[in-house]
Design a protein. Sequence first.
Length: 483
Amino acid sequence: MSDELTVTTGATTRVVLGDLWQEAARLGAAEAMCADWERRRVDLERDLERDEVIADGVGRWNVDGPTFALRQAGAALRSVHEDSVRLRSALDGAAVAYGDVERSLAAMWDLGTRLSGHLLGEQDTPMTRVGLATLGGLVVPLAIVGAHTGWWDPEAAGKRILADPAFVELVRAAGGVIDEAVMLRLGVPLALALPIGRAIGTSENATLLVGIAAGLGILGNRALVETPVTVTRAPAPKPERMPPPAGVGELARRIPSPDPGEPQVLVERYEVDGERRFIVYIAGTESWSPVPGDAVIDLTSDVHGVADDSHLGGEGAEGSASAAERAVRQALTAAGAQPGDAILPVGYSAGGIAAADLAASPDLAVPLAVTFGSPSSAVHTGEVALLSVEHLEDPVPATGGASHASPGLTTVGRVALGDAAKEDPFAAHALELYRETAAMMDGSEDPTILAFEERIRDFTGGETGELTRWVATREVSPSTDGR
């Protein structure tokens, strides 16, 4: 587990936070303090100089006088100020260099994964034969012997692999490799497969999957086929009054847990200078069944939500195919939202997909959005400010494939598991752990995070909000739910 955060902007410049930004902030404070002390010193020296000249006619050249000591202090202050400026400049240079290295590594990783897809797609090459022979002749026998002798625990190793950031990066790259490997297996020339594969991402693959499911629906298939949804307000004597969220940590704490039968959507309504503004909180996946049931935020909604961002689909359409987004829109309308009202969507996991899709919708006024543990960074959100919080051991954000690096995207990452990975490889996806990371962000001195938190406070204007809770359900037919 680490307390160090990592920020990535839409331009793919990544800067390590923690010590770097804390030291930069301290140096900046030292610069300002030195400048303030120097101004005070100059004023004091001028006054003392005048008094000494009047008193003995010696003034500034008297080594025993107080002005001489002040001049020595001034020299020391200027030295500290120059050192602070130089060191802070060096930190800025290190950040830029880190970004250059990050871009180079990303380019090499992309090239490596695509070459791997090429090798996987080849029918038969000397390299693949050598690789298979090595795997069969060395790795497999050693693994079997190790498991029987006890010096290697396959279950523990598997958990560590699933929670390893390198495995998460492989998951992220898979969406851009598998389609190329398949095309090469089908005999598509390499010169044609690579550019096509680069254009086809996870969203396009999800769109094809949705299309296949819809086509099979004629034959009675119900897996991954969307259904209508209804939204009802959770019983409450009156709307709750909520203080405005002060930062990212408070947003994370207000996201509802994905528990069956509980409200999946929370809406806060604010009146700011005569304008209606809404913050909507969206829960994560409730059901992983490929066949839709009562749960709205399920695997079917997840796949359709990812497909919404495809160039092949209806990106940003008001009649979104995703059940989660349709439920959120209904809840907002029922809570009083009208066209043109500002909306700040906040979502966890699959709820983050819906939040990002809302941010990408041209028919909505979304100035910013925040997601936790979601593949939302793969959504084309353009200039809309999207803050995506991801744990580096969490494979769920990686399922969206490579980021589109939209100009407004900022990703904050953290190594969050530590020894917990040995017990549960998916512990990094826990909502409580993301709430812990969000609380750490509230104490960060990183200017990017501070700017986001300032925008969150500006959105509510410091006003008290009105909270309503909403329960969404699917309209399930007997043939769909299996009864």
